[in-house]
Ligand binder design. Structure first.
Ligand code: GLU
Length: 449
């Protein structure tokens, strides 16, 4: 039997990181076993059903790179579509639901009451063999003991979640339902519906919830709850995926930094942890993972993402020669922990005029810096080459000549060239800037001293 899983979000206008993790675990399982990952938008609640709310989900999954395999809007609906087709929308499948309800009614498994349709629920406790949670026997509640039957079509004709969720899982041949533990309480109803339709239910794997650091349930308003805050804050999808994996799953050998391909190889449902995962609001783990993944990016992707981060901050690299851009960005390798640091760290290469940090300006604009910068300027102008090693030797020779340590020279030169108190290695950034730009920036400061 080939595995078919699905992510079935309701378009609420928001993709919660818990939802993103559910999508990820489904995708990982499908990819691990060579199965099919279906995306199904549960949009029967017409009031919430906006294109924008759907786009939030699609954009989030695309940003993470979680491609789905099927959908109705494709020329070849059976072939893999790599996120280009689909997804399925429940709002487009109402005829199917109606036929299924009629079948239940005609078999006496459902009945009409006050204009609504109610399902005749079994009176026996339902046993759930959950892959993650273990065996769960849900005893009937007091209310259910008097009337366990439940509405499947409301009096306004709208089918309810339990019904359409089960019909779709059945119709789409879903073999494993992997979803948040908040749905465990619905599962007895779902199993009874499957049996009423004459089929055995799929296997269930309910993933423990993601809680706040203080153990409370994470809500929409909690910082970091929305997936899209992460691209906005400069995180890499690689790092967010890695972080989400570790929220509820761990590899047998406790390795923590993974590429997605490595997790695909190792992921399996029995390893999903049974206890609730805690979200770290300080992001220490995520920040660390982000730095690790920043260092692992190949140069092409590092450059592409960094150029994009610069351009979002209004820094245009496209008017500069490519070799200059590449050399400049290379000085940020192994230094940038997050893409949001790129404008501050590398922006000076691409601006015509240096913007001096407020904290650095007073330290630069002191009288003793003038003769020092004038002397250095002359030495840099006549240096035999303009490579980092020559520049270092040159600066250190001037320090000896002036009876100074290197520091009192390095710092003003750095601020004059970059506007910042820290950044890429001074000699390397000078080599990248080149002689002409370096001298021009020194001249501009000398003129104001
Ligand atoms: N639409 C439901 C939700 O967003 C899906 C439940 C399920 O995965 O079965 O929570």
């Amino acid at each position: 039997m080939s595995v078919r899983v699905r992510f079935a979000p309701s378009p609420t206008g928001f993709l919660h990181i818990g939802g993103a993790r559910t999508a990820l675990f489904n995708w990982l399982y499908a990819r691990h076993v060579g199965g099919v990952f279906v995306l199904r938008i549960e949009d029967t609640d017409a009031a919430r059903n906006t294109q924008q709310a759907v786009d939030v989900i699609l954009d989030g999954l695309r940003w993470l790179g979680l491609d789905w395999d099927e959908g109705p809007i494709t020329a070849d609906a059976t072939g893999p579509c790599k996120g280009q087709c689909g997804p399925y929308f429940q709002s487009q499948r109402k005829d199917l639901y109606q036929r299924r309800v009629e079948a239940l009614l005609s078999h006496g498994l459902a009945y009409e009451q006050d204009g609504a349709v109610k399902f005749k629920m079994t009176r026996e406790p339902v046993v759930i063999e959950d892959i993650v949670v273990g065996q769960v026997i849900r005893p009937l509640t007091d209310r259910e003991e008097t009337d366990p039957d439940f509405v499947i079509v409301r009096s306004d004709g709208e089918p309810v979640f339990h019904l359409v969720n089960v019909i779709d899982d059945l119709d789409m041949g879903i073999t494993h339902v992997i979803r948040g533990e908040d749905h465990l309480s619905n599962t007895a109803k779902h199993i009874a519906l499957f049996r009423a339709f004459g089929v055995e239910p799929p296997k269930y794997a309910h993933i423990p919830l993601i809680l706040n650091g203080d153990g409370s349930k994470m809500s929409k308003r909690d910082a970091g709850a929305s997936l899209m805050t992460y691209p906005e804050e400069g995180y890499l999808p690689e790092a967010v995926l890695n972080y989400l994996c570790l929220l509820g799953w761990s590899s047998k050998d406790n390795q923590e930094v993974f590429s997605l391909a490595e997790v695909v190889e190792r992921f399996d449902l029995p390893q999903v942890l049974r206890h609730n995962a805690k979200f770290d609001p300080k992001r220490e783990k995520l920040n660390w993972l982000n730095f690790e993944h920043m260092r692992r990016l190949d140069s092409e992707r590092f450059n592409e993402l960094t150029v994009h981060a610069l351009s979002t901050a209004g820094i245009d690299t496209s008017s500069h020669p490519l070799p200059f851009v590449k050399a400049a960005l290379a000085t940020g390798r192994d230094k940038l922990r997050n893409l949001s640091e790129a404008p501050g760290y590398l922006g000076f290469y691409f601006r015509d005029a240096v913007e001096t940090d407020l904290a650095e300006a007073p330290k630069l604009m002191i009288p003793e810096n003038k003769p020092r910068l004038v002397r250095l300027r002359a030495a840099f102008a006549s240096a035999a080459g303009f490579d980092a090693a020559t520049l270092e030797t040159t600066l250190k020779a001037i320090a000896v000549e002036l009876g100074l340590k290197a520091g009192p020279l390095v710092h003003p030169v750095r601020v004059a060239l970059t506007g910042k108190g820290s950044g890429p290695s001074l000699y390397h950034l000078m080599e990248v800037l080149g002689r002409e730009r370096t001298l021009a920036r020194l001249d501009a400061v000398i003129a104001r001293l």
